[in-house]
Design a protein around this ligand. Structure first.
Ligand code: NOJ
Length: 725
């Protein structure tokens, strides 16, 4: 039992009698109904069907509905026309905002800002709560080391430690202190687990990995979400080491419930119980239902397996009534915690109008977008641009585009309200600046018909801003790419614009790292702007013209080419690491046709100022396995403007019974530095957190030498060491 999972344990005690009273009154069908999640639409031919299901007590929750009027109408049916009048849950994917859209999670993670992550989750919770939603399927805390995988956009990047911090912040932000209070909604940590480890970066694909890697890399962010009291968890679509996660007793019972002490509700992913058949695991829906339920899935998302088969499985003794009661208890407990039995109509249209797209959410959207931007290159100091430039040409398929700026999972987002770069630019420059715009080309496809118009326009300008990248739907669920270059003819256009010889800034918008070796070599100013949401255009111009000094740092490695993938910072060494060897055979972990190092490493990001790191000190230099060491370093702002620097601390266990990563992030600080200011940045490292799972799956810290690295990214670091005795 996890002692830190306070919220659920407390409430469990408080509501248990009431829950048992209801359970005692329920028929088996009504119990099964609580475990049944239905619908993505209730209109047309399906409307009567769903309403009747509610009346019969055969629905516990709805998926993907929004709008308080519709939601309250369905709630009313349950409360007035069903026998036991149990309130319904309304779940939705509020991934990075409801109507006000915040940066995609991958972008926001580049802020390395726990408080910001909490605030954007809070705002998303308030806005969607007012629209009747009481359960979000977020945060997605899957580690992603393969940028071909489309859902890399929905998570916090490749690092386990940072993802854990942000997972906790998101759960706090959505759920608040007390779920029954206005504006708080249930969170769902997903997808359990190793979903991001899909072979070939193809969504839903097989995952085969060691238990050690699973527990060291993929599970810890879920552990943090559980510690924060997350109410629900979603099982992943993939199979893990041959067993689909939906029917994986080891994962859902042994790990989640027994080891991590999770006491909330486990839901399947969409139709995943039925898909146990196509996986080749269960021969029909009844077998799938049996396997999923007995492995620990409480709620069936939309496969109707529980509704159709659970009763029969109970009758024949394959599923125990005690287990059924336990799952129903888990669901009812959450309904009590949300306060739905006392106040089932939490919001109304007046509140909805008041909350949706509030000024403060829009301001937060701009702030979070500013903090998510990563400056990748500024070698000629073109940036920040002068607001008094006479003529600026703005070129590219994403320069005046609203929809794609919303990002991969913003179906509820308000598209009309998105600020494009063109709109932002018009507000950012002085009255006399002439802004010229051309789409240049489409995001995809071979058509070059706008090239001439763009080139002629660019020739007349003092500076070119090229806004290129991916559409929103080139990342996200089921949208994986085998080649992560700039799509279509965009690079060709960029080359032509570069030939003109004017100062040129490349603004990238994408839901994953993209490989841009040519641009990196030839374009002197590059900004990674991801898909930043409602206020994207304003935030990008804030950075372009220097109102904001960029401070974001990459949370995912950028490769030179797709063929290098997977490339991530915390890999282990082979016996022949390339740097230290001479002959080709001693270089065996190298490619003969491409670098193996990243184009931009994890933790990388520039600023309009620069920082100097010095005087790294560690105390003590020898320490016991349960001790703590202090690390300190001086960081100085060498430039003439204020900046926020993300100071990163990594360790390496030099020799161990299982080879360890060359670096592992263990802490970081975001510090504000005035021009010329020096700050002493301090860290405390708890040695018991520096361990790993040995061959017997025991978590151990082994004696020996460790290195400590502190620096501005995972490659530019100062180093020292200590010994664990
Ligand atoms: C499938 C996705 O994998 C999951 O993340 C999402 O929450 C559900 N569909 C519901 O929309």
């Amino acid at each position: 039992m996890n002692k830190e999972n306070k919220q659920l344990r407390f409430v469990k005690t408080k509501y248990e009698d009431k829950i048992n009273d209801i359970i005692n009154k329920m028929t088996i069908d009504e119990k099964i109904g609580q475990l049944n999640q239905v619908g993505t639409s209730i209109y047309g031919s399906e409307e009567k069907f769903y309403k009747d299901l509610i009346r019969e007590g055969k629905v516990g929750s709805f998926l993907s509905l929004d709008g308080v009027k519709k939601i309250n109408m369905l709630q009313k049916i349950s409360l007035e026309e069903s026998r036991l009048k149990i309130p319904l849950l309304f779940a939705n994917d509020i991934i990075h905002g409801y109507r006000t859209i915040f940066p995609i999670p991958l972008a926001e993670s580049c802020s390395w800002d726990e408080e910001l992550a909490r605030k954007t989750a809070r705002a998303s919770a308030m806005e969607s709560w007012a629209a009747g939603i009481n359960w979000t399927f977020a945060p997605m805390v899957d580690i992603a080391r393969d940028p071909r995988w489309g859902r890399i956009s929905e998570g916090f990047g490749e690092d386990t430690y940072l993802s854990g911090i942000l997972a906790k912040a998101k759960v706090d932000g959505y759920q608040g202190e007390d779920l029954s209070k206005n504006g708080n909604i249930l969170a769902c940590a997903k997808h359990f687990t190793a979903y991001g480890g899909a072979e070939g970066g193809r969504d839903y694909n097989t995952v085969d990995m060691s238990r050690q890697q699973l527990h060291e890399v993929y599970i810890p962010p879920f552990k943090e979400a559980i510690k924060a009291g997350v109410g629900t968890l979603m099982a992943a679509f993939n199979d893990l080491n041959g067993v689909p996660c939906t029917a994986n007793k080891y994962l859902l019972k042994d790990v989640l419930k027994d080891k991590l002490g999770f006491e909330g509700v486990i839901i399947s992913d969409y139709n995943a119980i039925a898909e146990l058949i196509t996986h080749g695991h269960s021969k029909d829906l009844s077998c799938g239902t049996n396997a999923a339920f007995n492995s620990g899935i409480d709620v069936d998302m939309c496969s109707f397996g529980y509704l159709k088969n659970l009763k029969e499985l109970i009758d024949e003794g394959s599923i125990s009534i005690d287990d059924l009661n336990e799952s129903v208890r888990n669901v009812l407990r959450l309904k009590f915690m949300l306060g739905l039995f006392d106040n089932p109509y939490k919001s109304d249209e007046k509140l909805e109008n008041e909350y949706v797209m509030k000024k403060e959410y829009l301001e937060l959207s701009r702030e979070s977008a500013q903090k998510s931007i990563v400056l990748l290159k500024n070698s000629e100091k073109i940036l920040p641009l002068d607001k008094n430039l006479k003529k600026i040409s703005l070129i590219g398929p994403l320069a005046d585009n609203k929809e794609d700026l919303l990002g991969s999972w913003a179906t509820t987002g308000n598209k009309e309200r998105v600020v494009t770069v063109l709109e932002g630019l018009n507000k950012a420059v002085c009255d006399k600046t002439d802004i010229m715009y051309s789409i240049g080309c489409e995001i995809e496809g071979e058509d070059e018909k706008y090239f001439n118009e763009a080139i002629e326009m660019a020739k007349k300008s003092d500076a070119i801003i090229a806004v290129l990248g991916e559409s929103a739907l080139m990342s996200g669920e089921a949208h994986c790419r085998s080649n992560i270059d700039l799509p279509g003819v965009q690079e060709k256009l960029l080359k032509k614009l570069n030939e003109i010889g004017k100062p040129i800034v490349l603004v990238l918008m994408n839901g994953r790292p993209i490989s841009i070796p040519w641009a990196d070599k030839n374009i002197s100013a590059i900004i990674e702007a991801w898909h930043l949401g409602t206020e994207a255009g304003n935030a990008i111009c804030d950075v372009l013209f220097g109102n904001v000094n960029p401070s974001g740092k990459l949370t995912t490695t950028f490769p030179h080419t797709s063929g290098q993938i997977p490339v991530y910072y915390n890999h282990t060494n082979t016996g022949r690491p390339p740097e230290k060897s001479k002959s080709i055979y001693e270089y065996d972990s190298k490619y003969i046709d491409s670098p193996i190092t990243p184009l931009y490493p994890f933790g990388y990001g520039l600023s309009y100022t620069n920082y100097e790191y010095s005087n790294l000190e560690i105390y003590p230099k020898q320490i016991s396995k349960n001790g703590e060491i202090d690390v300190r370093i001086d960081v100085k702002n060498l430039g003439d403007r204020e900046g926020d620097e993300i100071v990163q601390l990594y360790i390496q266990d030099l020799f161990a019974s299982r080879v360890r990563p060359v670096k592992e992030l263990k802490d970081f600080r975001k510090v504000k530095l005035q021009p010329g200011e020096v700050k002493i940045v301090t860290f405390k490292l708890n040695i018991s957190n520096l361990g790993f799972y040995n061959e017997n799956m025991e978590y151990v810290v082994e004696s020996g030498d460790f290195k400590v690295f502190v620096g501005t990214n995972s490659e530019e670091v100062l180093e020292d060491g200590f010994e664990v005795i």
